[in-house]
Design a protein around this ligand. Structure first.
Ligand code: AMP
Length: 542
C-alpha cells in the first residue's frame, strides 16, 4: 500500500517561489564590484530569476544545458542560481581563481553554452573565449551602459539588457527531481578535474539538512553573510537554505578583507556567517588591532580546512561568538559533519569543551560515516584508531560527470581521501588527508601541477611538491628539486620559470635542493618521508 500524500518533486524553483510568497520583503544586500551597496528583497530575486529563465528559453537552450558563471557573491549570481536551475538547466560555477588554461579546459569539458561573468573578470574572459567555441553567449553582470566597448568578446551582452528584454511571468516547469541542477569541479589530485553534478533533489535535501538546529540552525530571524564563495560548492548551500528559511542575505562581493567584512557585518546586523579559516583570521586581526567588538554576530561556520584552536577560542572567549566547525567536500554538496555539543557536555570545563569543538563534528542526518583500515575492515569508534573515511548519503556523489575516473564507490560508500578518527559519541576528527594537494587560503593547489612544471625545466631531474604550514594561508607549497648532474640552477631561476604557467598564488614559496627524493616500492614518491626530512624547514614567507 502506498502512502496517500501528494507527490511533489523536490525542485529548486519551489525554494524561490516559497521565498517570494512567504518572505517576499526579506532583504538581500550586496556589495557590488562597482563599490556601492545594492539592496532589494526576495520578491525581486524571484521576479528577476523568472526573467533569467525567459532569457534562457529565448535562446532555445535545452533541458540540462550548462550555464556557467564567473562571479562573486552577489544578487545577480543569486538570480542565476534560481533562474538557471529552476528552468531545468545546470548552473556551472567556475572558480575564477584558477589559471585561465584550467578554466578553459573545464568550460569545454562541461560544454558550457553561456558564460555570465563579473566585469572584474573581463581579462580572464578575454584570455579564454577563443579557446571555448561552445560558448555562444557572454553575459557581463552589469548595466547596459557599463558594457565594455571593443572588448574583443563576441556575442557579448549586459545582464541588465539580457534580462530586461524579458517578461517577468514564467511558469516553472515540473520535472524529475533527480535531474541535474548545478555542477562544481574538484581540483584533480591526479589527472584532470572532475565534476560533482548535484541534482534538484539532493540540493533541496541538503538545504533542509543545513537548516537544522545542530547544523547551521538558520531561521527567518537570521541575517546571513556567506563569505564562502558561491563558486565553491554553492557557498556551502547557503543561498538555497536562506530561501528555504527566508533569511536576510548579505553578500560581500569581492571585498573579503577584515575591515570590509566587519563593517558590512555591523551595518547589516549579521547574526550568522560562514567561511574558511583564512578569512576569519583577517577578520579577527582587524578586530584585535582596532579594539572592536561584534554587536550582532552569534554563530559562524568554519570549514574547508581544519579550524585552529586559537580561532575557536578567540571567537568564543573574546567575542562571544559560537564557532561551528564543519567538515565536508565538493563531492558532498558539501556538508558532512558539523560540531555542536551534546547535552552531557554542558557541565564540562571550558578546556574539555574546546577539545570537542575542535573536532569536525557529528554526522548530519542523511550522511553516514565509517573509517576503514588497510585490510578493508571497519575500524572502531574509539577516538584513537584512525582510518580512511568513507561516506554515503543522498547528497554524496554516486559518479562524476561523464563517468570520469570510473566508479568512485566501494560497496556503495564514497572514499573521501581523508583520514580520521571517530569517537564513541560519533564525533569525527580529521587527522590527515591521504591526497597530496595543498590547501592555501581555502583553495587547492595541485602538487602534481607544480611538479610537472618544475620537471619541465631542463636543469631539473626530479621534483616533489609538499605543503608547509603557514600562519596566514594555512599551507603554502614548496618544491624539493633534484638537479640534473652538472646542471646550474638557482632558486630564483626556477621560481621565475613558473611565471605565466599557473596562477601567481599557486607558485611555490620556495625551492629546496635535495640529493634525492625518497621513493616507495612501486617507484612512487614517498611524500610522508620527504616531509619528515623537511621537518626543520621554515618557509621564508611565514
Ligand atoms: P573541497 O572539495 O575543495 O571542499 O575540499 C574538501 C576537503 O577539504 C576535504 O576532503 C578535507 O580534506 C578538507 N576539509 C574540509 N573541511 C575540513 C575541516 N573542517 N578540517 C580539515 N579538513 C577539512
Amino acid at each position: 500500500m502506498l502512502g496517500l500524500m501528494q507527490n511533489q518533486p523536490l525542485l529548486i524553483s519551489a525554494l524561490i517561489t516559497h521565498a517570494e510568497r512567504h518572505h517576499g520583503d526579506g532583504e538581500i544586500v550586496s556589495r557590488r564590484v562597482e563599490g556601492d551597496l545594492h539592496r532589494y528583497q526576495w520578491r525581486d530575486v524571484a521576479r528577476r530569476a523568472r526573467q533569467v529563465a525567459n532569457a534562457l528559453d529565448g535562446m532555445q537552450l535545452l533541458f540540462s544545458d550548462r550555464i556557467a558563471t564567473l562571479a562573486w557573491n552577489g544578487y545577480r549570481h543569486l538570480e542565476l542560481y534560481f533562474g538557471v536551475s529552476g528552468s531545468g538547466r545546470v548552473l556551472h560555477t567556475l572558480n575564477p581563481r584558477l589559471h585561465p588554461d584550467q578554466i578553459a579546459w573545464i568550460a569545454n569539458h562541461a560544454e558550457d553554452q553561456v558564460l555570465c561573468f563579473e566585469l572584474s573578470f573581463l581579462p580572464l574572459v578575454q584570455a579564454i573565449h577563443a579557446r571555448c567555441p561552445g560558448i555562444r553567449q557572454y553575459v557581463a553582470l552589469c548595466e547596459a551602459d557599463r558594457l565594455p566597448v571593443d572588448s574583443g568578446i563576441p556575442h557579448l551582452v549586459s545582464y541588465e539588457a539580457w534580462i530586461g528584454a524579458q517578461g517577468d511571468r514564467y511558469d516553472w516547469p515540473v520535472f524529475d527531481e533527480n535531474s541535474a541542477s548545478s555542477m562544481c569541479y574538484t581540483s584533480g589530485t591526479t589527472g584532470n578535474p572532475k565534476a560533482a553534478l548535484y541534482s534538484q533533489r539532493s540540493t533541496i535535501l541538503h538545504a533542509y539538512a543545513a537548516s537544522l538546529p545542530d547544523v547551521m540552525g538558520l531561521s527567518a530571524r537570521d541575517s546571513v553573510l556567506p563569505v564562502v564563495p558561491m563558486f565553491h560548492v554553492n557557498a556551502w548551500g547557503i543561498p538555497y537554505a536562506a530561501a528555504l528559511n527566508g533569511c536576510k542575505l548579505v553578500f560581500p562581493g569581492p571585498n573579503l578583507d577584515g575591515k570590509s567584512v566587519y563593517e558590512l557585518m555591523e551595518a547589516e546586523q549579521v547574526t550568522f556567517a560562514a567561511g574558511v579559516p583564512t578569512v576569519w583570521q583577517m577578520l579577527l586581526g582587524h578586530l584585535k588591532q582596532n579594539g572592536l567588538r561584534f554587536s550582532s554576530l552569534k554563530r559562524t561556520v568554519i570549514g574547508g580546512s581544519a579550524c585552529p584552536p586559537a580561532m575557536i577560542d578567540a571567537f568564543r572567549e573574546d567575542y562571544g561568538v559560537d564557532v561551528l566547525h564543519a567538515w565536508g567536500m565538493t563531492e558532498m554538496s558539501p556538508l558532512g559533519t558539523l560540531c555542536t555539543l551534546k547535552n552531557r557536555h554542558a557541565g564540562l570545563p571550558a578546556p574539555e569543551q574546546l577539545k570537542i569543538r575542535l573536532k569536525q563534528g557529528r554526522a548530519i542526518f542523511g550522511v553516514d560515516l565509517k573509517i576503514i583500515g588497510d585490510a578493508g575492515e571497519e575500524l572502531p569508534w574509539d577516538g584513537k584508531t584512525f582510518g580512511d573515511l568513507y561516506v554515503k548519503g543522498p547528497w554524496v556523489v554516486r559518479e562524476y560527470f561523464k563517468g570520469d575516473g570510473g566508479d568512485p564507490l566501494i560497496e556503495g560508500w564514497f572514499p573521501t581521501g581523508d583520514v580520521g578518527t571517530i569517537d564513541g559519541e560519533g564525533y569525527l576528527q580529521i587527522t590527515d588527508r591521504s591526497k597530496d594537494v595543498i590547501k592555501s587560503g581555502g583553495e587547492w593547489i595541485s602538487s602534481i601541477d607544480i611538479e610537472n612544471i618544475a620537471m619541465a625545466h631542463p636543469c631539473v631531474q626530479m621534483a616533489a611538491c609538499v605543503g608547509m604550514k603557514h600562519p596566514k594561508w594555512d599551507e603554502r607549497p614548496i618544491v624539493a628539486v633534484v638537479k640534473r648532474p652538472g646542471a646550474e640552477l638557482s632558486r630564483e631561476e626556477l621560481l621565475g620559470f613558473y611565471e605565466g604557467k599557473i596562477a601567481k598564488w599557486q607558485v611555490p614559496d620556495d625551492v629546496v635542493f635535495v640529493e634525492a627524493i625518497p621513493l616507495g616500492a612501486t617507484g612512487k614518491m614517498l611524500k610522508t618521508r620527504l616531509r619528515e626530512q623537511l621537518k626543520d624547514y621554515r618557509l621564508p614567507t611565514a
